[in-house]
Design a protein around this ligand. Structure first.
Ligand SMILES: [Zn+2]
Length: 100
């Protein structure tokens, strides 16, 4: 963008005086009393207008088990990589020593 005209810090400040972010308006959950966005399910207990929409506990458990499974899988892969690194390192090191 081209610079059109010199402006003061005051001008910049005046312009930026309207840039502040407002906190979202929260309404209180009827079941647990936690704040949640309007027309949105309560993230704490999973209810909307007093009706349970999402089984939060089951979701948390599912997430935890998935994370555990993923960590387990990653652990396996890391072990495999370590083994391959060791074998490749064994191949590389004699060449390196031969060059030196
Ligand atoms: Zn709630």
């Amino acid at each position: 963008m081209s610079v059109r005209m010199r402006h003061t810090r005051g001008h910049t400040g005046n312009r930026r005086s309207h840039h502040a972010l407002a906190a979202p308006r929260l309404s209180l959950c009827g079941k647990c009393g936690e704040g949640h966005l309007r027309h949105t399910m309560c993230g704490n207990c999973g209810t909307y207008r007093g009706r349970e929409v999402v089984d939060v506990l089951a979701q948390v458990n599912r997430k935890a088990s998935r994370a555990k499974a993923k960590a387990h899988e990653l652990g396996k892969e890391e072990k495999k990589e370590e083994q391959s690194e060791k074998s490749s390192a064994g191949k590389v090191s004699p060449e390196a020593s031969g060059k030196k």
